[in-house]
Ligand binder design. Structure first.
Ligand code: B12
Ligand code: SF4
Length: 358
């Protein structure tokens, strides 16, 4: 029979051997975070993410997720690719976390191995794993475990590795040693708030998801609000601006996980080429990538907005072609893009540079 200390060491050693960058243990409760979460929902900041508003009691009471829960093992896996970003307006920007394979699969496989190491010494233990896959407030748990602190942009930041990492948790009924919660090191800095293109960080630590480009380009399935489209620029999947400007990301280093090393064709995808993707090409190109989640329909909607924002008349023939035969959601965004470009052309404003399709 292993002691609490021995079990904690087994879990942490297994996590490090599986390649996790950070590991720490939290008690299974949320304390004051539940109040902030309820307020966020009351203000409607979750928008169309119905899953956040469903089963609220389950999300704030961990024992409803795993009866008898006594500890939460919090894990972080770095996905950073320094210098992978291309700021050319003729290409789309894909957020750094989506430049290769889907992290849900990568995190899950690694967490299973940590569970196996614990189950080898505690076969009767109960375990449940999550990485953006279940009703848990992951950042609140990770802050309490001391993995890092919730920054003003609402992402978790580590003093050692910055904020470019995914979070995962192993909920268990084993009694483990808890780590100390992390203090905040944001100080008076407000760079993330000032850098946000859409003003989504409405106050420090409070994000109105309905304005966040990550929500608009990934989570929201319908029409993107017209007043927000020009602010999206050429971001076609997620957004990293608030983390790009964070001084703590000076300490970020290259990921050691080969599944997250950027795929060359995703670092600077040509907008016109993406606009011509068929369903079959989309499936082939984004197999195993998180981008497959938004389907061709969601991606082409975003690409149309980005093309409209280039204000480039050379895009008109490609957009007109897309207008003639596509899904109503894509057509509506393509029509908006054509309107933007034609209006800009009439007013004589400078177009952005558009790549010719290869
Ligand atoms: C819903 C969701 C979103 C939504 C809403 C984001 C949000 N801030 O809630 C949208 C679609 C916008 C989104 C975007 C992104 N997401 Co997201 N998302 C989630 C999800 C599923 C739930 C988050 C949640 O519970 N929100 C509820 C609100 C209330 O939480 P909150 O804003 O963090 O508020 C808390 C604190 O700010 C605090 N608080 C509130 N007020 C105050 C006031 C004070 C004074 C203080 C001290 C604290 C405080 O209390 C709140 C409750 O805990 C998690 C996975 C999970 N299950 O946890 C991933 C998760 C948070 N996302 C993640 C990522 C990577 C992203 C993006 C970076 C992706 C991208 N590049 O496009 C962006 C970042 C945008 C941003 N600035 O946050 C990672 C974050 C990893 C990290 N290092 O923190 C997570 C943990 C997924 C994972 N397993 O890795 N996401
Ligand atoms: S991800 Fe982009 S849009 Fe969302 S809060 Fe950060 S800077 Fe603003």
């Amino acid at each position: 029979m292993s002691t609490k200390r021995e079990l904690t060491a087994i879990a942490k050693n297994a996590a490090r051997e599986c390649g996790f960058d950070l590991v720490a243990v939290a008690p299974p409760q949320y304390g004051e975070y539940t109040g902030s979460f309820r307020q966020w929902l009351e203000r409607g900041f979750h928008g169309d993410m119905g899953y956040m508003a469903r089963n609220v009691e389950r999300r704030i009471h961990l024992h409803e997720v795993l009866p008898g829960i006594r500890s939460v093992i919090c894990l972080a896996l770095n996905y950073h690719n320094p210098g992978a970003r291309c700021h050319d307006p003729g290409v789309g920007i894909i957020s750094g976390y989506a430049l290769n394979q889907d992290y849900h699969d990568v995190m899950d496989a690694r967490m299973r191995r940590v569970v196996d190491a614990l189950a080898a010494v505690c076969p009767g233990g109960r375990y449940r794993t999550y990485a953006d896959t279940g009703p848990v407030l992951e950042k609140a748990l990770a802050e309490q475990a001391g993995i890092g602190w919730i920054g003003k942009h609402t992402n978790l930041i580590s003093r050692n590795i910055g904020s470019w990492f995914f979070l995962g948790e192993i909920l268990t009924d084993l009694a483990l040693e808890f780590d100390a919660p992390h203090a905040s090191f944001c100080g008076s800095c407000r760079r993330c708030i000032d850098a946000c293109p859409t003003g989504a960080i409405v106050a420090p630590y409070q994000l109105d998801a309905r304005r966040c480009i990550s929500y608009l380009t990934i989570e929201m399935k319908g029409s993107i609000p017209i007043e927000l489209r020009p602010l999206i620029g050429n971001r076609i999947y997620g957004c990293d601006d608030c983390q790009d400007v964070c001084p703590w990301n000076r300490f970020a280093r290259q990921t050691a996980e080969s599944a997250f090393l950027w795929r060359g064709d995703l670092a600077a995808p040509d907008l016109v080429e993406l606009l011509s993707l068929t369903d079959e090409h989309f499936r082939e190109r984004f197999r195993g990538s998180p981008i497959k989640r938004i389907k061709r329909r969601g991606l082409l909607r975003n690409v149309a907005v980005a093309l409209g924002n280039t204000k480039e008349p050379a895009a008109i023939p490609y957009l007109e072609k897309a207008l003639s035969k596509d899904d109503p959601l894509i057509r509506a965004h393509v029509a908006w893009a054509l309107k933007m470009i034609k209006e800009a052309d009439l007013s004589g404003s400078e177009p952005g540079f558009l790549h010719q399709p290869r």
